[in-house]
Design a protein around this ligand. Sequence first.
Ligand SMILES: Cc1cc2nc3c(=O)[nH]c(=O)nc-3n(C[C@H](O)[C@H](O)[C@H](O)COP(=O)(O)OP(=O)(O)OC[C@H]3O[C@@H](n4cnc5c(N)ncnc54)[C@H](O)[C@@H]3O)c2cc1C
Length: 537
Amino acid sequence: MTSPGDMADADAVVIGAGSNGLVAANHLADRGWNVIVLEATSWPGGAVRSSELVEPGFVADHCSAFYPLAAGSRALLDLRLEDHGLRWVHSPQVLAHPHADGTCPVLSRDLDTTATSLDMLGPGDGDAWRALYQRWVDLEPHLLDTFLAPMPPVRGASQLVRRIGPKELARFARFCLLPVRRMGEEEFVGDGAKRLLAGAALHADMSPEAALSGFLGWLLCSLGQGVGFPVPEGGAQSVTSALVRRLDAIGGRVLCDSAVGRVVVERGRAVGVELADGSPVRARRAVVADVNAPMLYLELVGADLLPPKVVADIRRFHWDDATFKVDWTLDGPIPWSASEARMAGTVHVTEGVDALTVTASELARGLVPRDPFLLVGQQSMTDPTRQPAGKETAWAYTHVPRRIRGDAGCELTGDWGKDDVARFASRMETKIEALAPGFRSLVRGRYVQSPLGFQAENPNSDLGAISGGTSQLHQQLVFRPIPGLGRADTPIKGLFLGSSSAHPGGGLHGAAGRNAAQAAVAADRRATVISRVRRRT
Ligand SMILES: Cc1cc2nc3c(=O)[nH]c(=O)nc-3n(C[C@H](O)[C@H](O)[C@H](O)COP(=O)(O)OP(=O)(O)OC[C@H]3O[C@@H](n4cnc5c(N)ncnc54)[C@H](O)[C@@H]3O)c2cc1C
C-alpha cells in the first residue's frame, strides 16, 4: 500500500478498494496502466473482509464468506491469486438443509452423495438432479461467460445458443425464467431438492415465486455441485490481501483513509477526483467507481451534470433487502441434530419453500420476519487457522426490510436500537437452537451487525444490502443499474461503474470490476484513434 505523499496523478483512479475495485485495478495495471485505488476506510476489501471481530484468536468474516462464483469466474481466475498466497479450502459437504422432522438433504461435490440424499426424500429425485446438473455441465462455461460478460455478451451468447440448439432455445429460456417454486414442482417429487434450490435462490432478495429465482437456485446449486462453496484459508481477507499483493507487484497503489468526495468533470469528461479533504487526484485516462450507483451518480457526480432521464432512472434504483448478521465464537462445533449438517460449510435454516414464501411476503410488506430465513456459515470447520484448537466460529445472516412497518414477531420497534438488536439476534439463535440443541451453551461471544452497523462499517453499503441492488429480473442485464445497455459506461466520458450495482451484480466474481476495466481500455483506445485522425486531418 502507498502513502499520501505518493499520490499525484495516475492513468486510472479507482474509487473504492472492494473486490470489484481491486479486480479492476489489477486488470488495468496488467495492461501497463498506472493505477491508484482510493479507499475511504482504513482497510481494503469492502464486503470481503475478516478480522478478530468477536474476540482475539478467532477470525470472523465481516460480510461475505463462501465463494462459488469466484471458482467459476474468469475475471478472478485469470488473476491467478493462488500465486499471491490465496488458498481455497472445502468443507466435507457443501450445503445442508435440516428440518425439525429430522430430514436433511445435502449438496455434496460428490454427485452420488447428493443424489442419494435427494432420493431419500423423493424417490427418483437423485436422477432428476443428475439431469439438471448435466444440463449445467453441458452449458458451462458458455453460460457463465454469458452471464458475467458485459452486455451484449456476443461471444458467450452465440456459443451458448449454438450449444443449446435453435429448437431448444425457447424451452431453455422458459426454464431460466421459472420461479424456483415452480422449478422444484416440475422437476422433483420430494422436498429435499426443492428446499436446497429455493434456499439458494433466497441467498439474494428473491421470493420463491419470483421469475428468475429458479435460475439463481439452479446456478448456485450447480456451482456447489461442481466446484463447491470454497472458502479462503485464513478468512475472506485472504482474497483481498492476494488482490492487493498482486496489484502491488505490478505497480498499482492502494491508498486507505482516502474518501473520495467528488468526481471532477471537465467538459463532460471525468478528469480525476477530489478527496473529502479537498485534495485533487488527476486521472489521465479513466475513473472507475467501485461504489453503488446512486452514490456515484447523485453524490460523487451530482444530478446537475447528468441527463434528467438518467437522474430520474437512478432515483428509481431498486435496492435489495437490508441485512442483519450475527458472528459467534463457540466452544465447539454447532451440535446440529442432523449429522449431515455438521459436515456442511453452509446450512439453510428454514422449514421449507412455504416458510420462505411467508418470509418473502413479510419482507415485501415491510415486516421483520417472525421466522427469519437464516443462511448459516460454519467456515471454520475446515480451516483450523481461524480459531484455537477445538473451538469454532460461525456466522448467520438474514434479510430484513429496508423500511420497517412492523414486526411479524410482535416484539421489535424497528429502530435497530440496542433492544431490537438483542431481541432479533436472540430470535435467530432460537431458530438454530431448535435444530441444534445445546448451541446456545457453546456461545462464547457474539458480534451483531444490524443494517445500520453495515453502513457504519462500509460507506458503500446501503443497510447491508447483499447484492448492491435487487437481483430481480427488472434490474438485471440491460436493466442494471438503470435501463440502458447494461454496460459499465456512464453518461460522463471517462467514468465507469465497476461495483456490484453494475451488471452482473452481487457476489465475489470480480466481473463488474473487470467489465469496467475493459470498458475503460476500449474507450481510451477509441479516444487515441480519434485524436490521431484529428491530428492528421
Ligand atoms: C453480509 C453479506 C454477506 C455476503 N455473503 C456473500 C458470500 O458469502 N459470497 C459471495 O460471493 N458474496 C457475498 N456477498 C456479496 C459480496 O460480498 C459483494 O457483492 C461484493 O463483495 C461487492 O463488492 P464491491 O467491490 O462491488 O463493493 P464493496 O465490497 O462494498 O466495496 C466498495 C468499497 O468502496 C469503498 N468506498 C465507498 N465509498 C467510497 C468513497 N467515497 N471513496 C473511496 N472509497 C469508497 C468502501 O469502503 C468499500 O471498501 C455478501 C454481502 C454481504 C453484505
